[in-house]
Design a protein around this ligand. Structure first.
Ligand code: ADP
Length: 792
């Protein structure tokens, strides 16, 4: 709506209100019949010599008079006509003056609601029609009729002129307004709605002016005739509006809209019912009302009341919470002013009795009191209004706030989802609620979190990918906004009422909430949906925050790992050089001694040659390991599986170590299962694995030099145990000893020989054999390494 038009509407409204108020003041001069109460007005035959038939004639005749004027009546008493001279008195006797004031208040209330709606929703046609309907209604109510108070001066005609324009328009505007509630636009043209109104407006206006200006009761008869037709039209249109409301009520599925219509209906029925059915309709039928006009019009208060209720409670015309604040500020103003007036009166009373204080000082004190009361009163009124009208939104707001405050403290997804569910349980208890979060980084959705009932996963994934709509069952919700009812059948089958999307900023996350029935049994209202929206958004935001934090932590760990690897590599190079240099220099030394020919003794010579052999085989094992590691790294290590008897392999390896073990003072036991055990293995690889284990057992044995090799045959497995009573492995290191280059601190100190590749190779070999390597160890007590092979 254009700004100019908006202000024009407001301006016109303002003018109409001013004229109405002027009309209200004119009503004080409304002439009343001066006859004693026992006289039946219907027996008045003539007024000032003019024949009158019925109330309208009398009213017309009287409207020319001013209060205090002498009038001659001819009254029929017992079949004789008597002449009575009397003075015109005010229409509203002392006891009745309340009526126009009450009408004025009703009308002002109605206008206040209409102006508020117009301010908030000016761009909505419905709100504009409502505004005009309320103006027409209020003005008709305040002025009450056009011609009661016509004076000699022309301004006294203005309220009447306006009355005859707006009064006929009121039923048309009401009908127009009622049509907005039907979903399928009822095809009633504006022409049909407004044409009769304009006709009546024109006809009544002209006849009213002519009859009044010419003081002609004959013309007034035409006026009365048109008025009769107008009454029929009025009744018909109001009933039509009610009929359309009922029709829309039956058609509309959404509970909230039904509630809106229901309240409008109540308002019209209770508010206009007595006027239409007990005043207007009987006049059309038998020319006599069943209830006085004044009394029937008191019920009008229910019209704006019901509308206001429907607006505040059910957001009629989508007038939302803003009302809440406006209402608060309105109440607040009233409150402050009352406090101010009250304090002024109070202080004046107190001080003037005791001291001589001037009035300004009292006002200042009063204003101060009002100011002090202002802040707490504002909060209090806000709370009262919130609780009274927006109980739910009030609680919802509080819960959302407390959720977002605490959600920020959650450090992992699981914890956050648990907290979310707990909050939901407190705020909106449901029969069940599921939370599903998917990661899309690998191309297809992977469930990261599936809380409560993952059975329907595929279905949920399809919905999640489909759209950002809220999938709902029609019967489950009171509003159609944002709803997609296309998957109703599936939802019905799975007993899900709503599927709520979780929208993430990053494209590699997706998620949704699946919601069961509300425990209260009620449908999801607009407030509920709003709550869910906000909670879901908070949840999604926090999930993303947690993911970001995790990424940062992950990166740090990765960086630390890389540093560690670099350190291990440096250590490896120094170990390798050490590993190579030691046997090489001892071989070189031994060879030089033998070459020198100084050692003549055969046994001594043999001993040295054995030492050379053992050192060079150590060197070759070492090189073998390094080469193998290279192959493993490049993924080119191959295996050649054959069915062989494992005992022979173990014996062969044991044999290799026999000499060294004996010379180093080891107790060495080989305990093999009796019957031949055949396994599908790569002989060289298994020998290498065993060698590595025995090598370690020797390296890490301390004072207790005892090594046992065992072969245990089980039903489907064969196990080779290599047991020592050495330094053992601290439990914190056990997991890591199979990593390349890893050596635990004690081991490095105890025996600098070694580069941390042996066990890595053992593990690789065992995996290639579809078996595994296990370790049982206790620090300072010894270790047992177990190679487990599946039997063919
Ligand atoms: P290394 O060349 O260091 O022996 P391995 O891969 O064979 O490398 O072993 C890795 C680490 O596992 C060793 O450094 C040692 O700390 C630990 N370890 C292996 N076998 C034993 C054992 N029998 N007793 C104690 N610790 C062992």
């Amino acid at each position: 709506m254009k700004k100019a038009l908006f202000f024009l509407y407001l301006f016109m409204g303002f003018v109409i209100i001013l004229i109405s108020i002027y009309g209200f003041f004119l009503l004080r001069q409304r002439p009343g019949l001066p006859l004693p109460p026992e006289v039946d007005y219907d027996f008045i035959e003539q007024i000032d010599g003019v024949r009158t038939e019925g109330k309208l004639d009398r009213e017309f005749m009287l409207s020319r008079k001013t209060i205090g004027e002498q009038v001659t009546f001819h009254i029929k008493v017992n079949n004789t006509i008597e002449q009575v001279d009397a003075q015109i008195i005010p229409y509203y006797s002392k006891s009745q003056t309340a009526f126009p004031v009450i009408y004025l208040l009703i009308a002002l209330f109605c206008l206040a609601v209409a102006i508020l709606v117009f301010f908030l929703r000016a761009e909505d046609t419905r709100a504009r029609i409502y505004y005009w309907a309320s103006l027409a209604f209020s003005l008709s109510l305040i002025i009450n009729s056009g011609f009661f108070c016509l004076r000699k001066n022309w301004p006294s005609y203005i309220p009447g002129i306006l009355f005859y324009i707006l009064y006929p328009l009121a039923p048309a505007l009401l009908l127009h307004f009622s049509l907005f509630f039907s979903k399928k636009k009822l095809k009633i043209s504006k022409f049909f709605i407004y044409c009769p109104a304009l006709f009546f407006a024109g006809a009544l206006e002209v006849l009213f002016l002519l009859s009044s200006l010419k003081s002609s009761i004959e013309i007034n008869k035409y006026y009365q005739f048109v008025l009769y037709a107008f009454r029929c039209y009025l009744i018909f249109f109001v009933l039509l509006a009610v009929f359309f409301l009922i029709l829309s009520y039956r058609k509309v599925a959404m509970e909230e809209e039904r509630a809106q219509i229901k309240w409008i209906f109540y308002g019209l029925f209770i508010g206009l019912g007595p006027f239409i059915l007990l005043y207007e309709l009987p006049q059309v039928i038998r020319n006599k009302p069943l209830m006085t006009e004044d009394f029937s019009m008191l019920f009008f208060i229910f019209v704006p009341l019901a509308f206001a209720f429907s607006i505040v409670k059910f957001k009629l015309m989508e007038v939302e919470l803003v009302i809440n604040r406006s209402l608060v500020y309105f109440l607040l103003t009233v409150f402050t002013v009352s406090i101010y007036l009250f304090s002024v009166a109070l202080f004046q009373n107190i001080f003037s009795n005791f001291f001589s204080v001037n009035k300004t000082a009292v006002s200042v004190i009063g204003a101060l009191a009002a100011a002090v009361a202002f802040h707490p009163a504002r909060k209090k009124i806000q709370d009262i209004v919130d609780k009274a009208f927006f109980r739910m939104s009030f609680d919802y707001k509080k819960n959302i706030l407390s959720f977002s405050e605490r959600a920020y403290e959650m450090v992992n997804r699981g914890q956050l989802v648990e907290f979310f569910l707990q909050k939901m349980k407190e705020t909106l208890p449901l029969e069940h609620i599921g939370v599903y979060i998917f990661s899309l980084s690998s191309g297809k959705p992977e469930l990261l979190i599936g809380k409560n009932g993952e059975k329907n996963l595929n279905f949920l994934v399809s919905l999640c990918m489909d759209s950002d709509n809220i999938f709902a069952r029609k019967r489950a919700v009171r509003t159609e906004e944002h709803m997609d009812f296309s998957r109703e059948e599936e939802l019905d089958e799975k007993k899900i009422e709503l599927i709520f999307p979780l929208s993430f900023k990053s494209s590699d996350l997706a998620g949704l909430l699946s919601l069961g029935k509300k425990k209260s049994g009620e449908k999801f209202s607009r407030d509920d949906i709003e709550l869910l929206f906000t909670m879901a958004r908070e949840l999604a935001l926090n999930l993303e925050r947690i993911r970001l934090q995790e990424e940062v932590i992950y990166e740090r760990v990765e960086r630390e790992k890389l540093n560690e690897l670099n350190r291990l590599k440096t250590e490896f190079i120094s170990s390798v050089s050490h590993e190579l240099r030691t046997p090489m220099s001892s071989i070189q030394g031994l060879a030089e001694i033998l070459q020198g020919g100084k050692i003549k003794e055969k046994t001594k010579q043999d001993e040295l040659i054995n030492l050379v052999a053992s050192e060079s085989s150590r060197l070759s094992r070492f090189l073998h390991n390094i080469l193998d590691f290279g192959k493993i790294e490049q993924q080119v290590k191959t295996y050649n599986f054959q069915k062989v008897e494992i005992q022979s392999i173990i014996k062969e390896v044991a044999q290799l170590f026999l000499h060294k073990l004996e010379s180093d003072g080891f107790v060495f036991t080989v305990d093999l299962a009796e019957g031949p055990v055949f396994l599908e293995i790569d002989q060289d690889a298994v020998k290498q694995a065993l060698t590595n284990l025995i090598d370690n057992a020797i390296k890490y044995s301390s004072d207790k030099r005892e090594i046992v090799i065992q072969l245990i045959e089980r039903e489907k497995l064969a196990e080779i145990h290599v047991k020592d009573k050495g330094i053992g492995i601290p439990s914190r290191d056990i997991k890591r000893i199979f990593e390349e280059f890893y050596r635990h601190a004690e081991a490095s100190q105890y025996n600098p020989k070694g580069v941390g590749l042996g066990l890595k190779i053992v593990k690789h070999i065992m995996e290639a054999h579809k078996g595994e390597v296990k370790v049982e160890s206790q620090a300072n007590k010894g270790s047992t390494f177990i190679l487990i092979f599946p039997k063919p």
